[in-house]
Design a binder for this molecule. Structure first.
Ligand code: AMP
Ligand code: MG
Length: 488
């Protein structure tokens, strides 16, 4: 398999800069299995060649040769403003392995580092590693994380921290920003090569369409619309939905100041640096739509190969208009499932919206509420329902529960079957910021056990894990406000 992107002007040969005395922080056995790398268990002998490779200190193992590592150029809109050229400032694509691209994040300066040091700190690497694998286990499309390798190399952020290299896997790391890059340079030849290679390697179905480029655009839109619906359904806030952080494969990519909702607040802002709340929870769908509009603009020259400018714009505009429709459909389907509905009925959406409004007003814990909702017995008297205690306005929520019970009866919902189905979509364990923070603080003292434990817990988010009950709880009040920012 070749890289999706080619051309010396955008793919710069880049060697990783070694880190001194690397050590394992964690690896994901499930990611390793995906690419047939022998990293299973810390209790078994570990192939230390991979430690050196994933640290960026060596390019070969006995079976693999990563002889042409590169970093790539892309551009993009950051916080709604055109930012010009960005590029892989600290990510190096080592090569491909078992159908996945292997990338090292934090492996030193590249051609695109600008003022940056090309490094990532242990703190942000742990967050990216854990969240990638947690998202995968939740069934949400994402880049995967393979490992974190640490070093005592000091790295300056707000304070002095230490370096780490996080290795990631994806069928392709191409972003909307790669399209924007060529469009901005008016390099239509490269733009077309990129689209052709994306179609060939990742969207071969598009070749059957009358205009494969239009079809490609529709498919990218569809994937990303469904992706955001999934984010909303688990309370995931990405934090920095700049167009350079949007995958054209519809994967969650570039975990920075992300956060899962604890208390449900519709306009929650997870990124401390996002003062205007551009990327607040409730804005994510419209922002993703906006990013798809950026992609559409970049693709105009491709559609012009078959039609005139006006027609090309019209085709893309009408394709773009399907985004909110696809999103709404996906969202409704997911929330119906969260509430345990099997059929779709009129009145479902207002019922779901009334619940979310009540949860917002009372700041109810998002994950644990939906999980516990599965325990409800349709015919139980309302006084026995402990969920009502989460709400300030009891009368209002009692009315809601009565309507909910009536709705369930209307499809003869069976308590135990419904619970079983709801537990498959409402996770019990979610990577809450305070849990990641505890693991980070231990890791900063060289105790990596908590990182590895969290990886384990979040790889089975829907399972009851009685031994880990405390990890399902909402944060205690003193740990509510773990602040995360763009600094990483
Ligand atoms: P992000 O907000 O992490 O998506 O990064 C935005 C841009 O800044 C990307 O082009 C990154 O490659 C670049 N960048 C972020 N941190 C660094 C760093 N420490 N060194 C070099 N480039 C960086
Ligand atoms: Mg980024």
């Amino acid at each position: 398999m070749a890289f999706t992107l080619s051309g010396d002007d955008v793919c710069q040969a880049t060697l990783p800069t070694p880190i001194p005395a690397p050590y394992w922080v964690a690896f994901s056995p499930s990611s390793a299995k995906l690419v047939n790398i022998p990293l299973d268990d810390f209790s078994l002998p570990i192939d230390q060649t991979w430690l050196e490779v994933l640290a960026g200190n060596q390019l070969n193992t006995k079976d693999h040769q990563f002889s042409n590592p590169i970093s790539t150029a892309y551009s993009g809109h950051q916080f709604g403003v055109w930012a010009g050229q960005l590029g892989d400032g600290r990510a190096i694509l080592l090569g491909d392995i078992a159908g996945q691209e292997l990338q090292l994040k934090g492996a030193g300066k590249t051609h695109f580092s600008r003022m940056g040091d090309g490094r990532a700190v242990l703190r942000s690497s742990i967050r990216e590693f854990l969240c990638s694998e947690a998202m995968y286990a939740l069934g949400i499309p994402t880049t995967r994380a393979l490992s974190i390798v640490g070093s005592d190399l000091p790295v300056r952020r707000e304070t002095m921290e230490t370096a780490a290299v996080c290795s990631r896997l994806a069928p392709s790391f191409i972003r909307v920003g790669h399209f924007e890059h060529f469009a901005a340079l008016q390099n239509h030849e490269r733009l077309q090569e990129l689209a052709d290679s994306l179609i060939k390697l990742h969207y071969p179905e598009a070749l059957n369409a009358e205009d494969p480029y239009l079809d490609l655009f529709k498919r990218i839109c569809e994937r990303n619309a469904k992706l955001v619906a999934q984010w909303q359904s688990v309370g995931f806030c990405h934090g920095v939905l700049n167009s350079d952080n949007i995958s054209v494969l519809g994967l969650t990519i570039d975990y920075g100041p992300f956060g899962f909702l604890d208390q449900f607040q519709i306009d929650h802002i997870c990124n401390h640096s996002d003062q205007g709340g551009r990327y607040a929870y409730h804005r994510q769908p419209q922002i993703m739509h906006w990013n798809m509009a950026c992609l559409a603009s970049s693709m105009i020259p491709l559609l012009e190969l078959r039609s005139d400018e006006k027609q090309a714009q019209e085709q893309l505009r009408s394709a773009l208009e399907t985004f909110p429709v696809i999103y709404a459909q996906a969202w409704q389907e997911l929330f119906r499932k969260k509430l345990g509905f099997i059929t779709a009925q009129e009145g479902d959406i207002p019922l779901i919206e009334r619940l979310l409004q009540a949860m917002h007003d009372s700041r109810v814990d998002f994950t644990s509420f939906f999980r516990r909702l599965g325990d409800l017995k349709v015919d139980e008297p309302i006084e026995k329902n402990s969920l009502r205690d989460d709400f300030i306005d009891r009368e209002l929520i009692d009315r809601w529960f009565a309507d909910y019970a009536a709705r369930l009866r209307s499809e003869s919902s069976d308590d135990s079957l419904r619970q079983q189905l709801m537990n498959q979509v409402n996770p019990k364990y979610i990577l809450r910021n305070h849990l990641a923070q505890i693991a980070i603080e231990k890791a900063q003292k060289k105790d990596f056990s908590e990182v590895r434990k969290l990886l384990n817990i979040f790889s089975r988010p829907f399972d009851e894990q009685p031994e880990h009950e405390s990890y399902a709880l909402a944060p205690p009040p003193n740990l509510h406000a773990v602040e995360v920012s763009c600094s990483s």
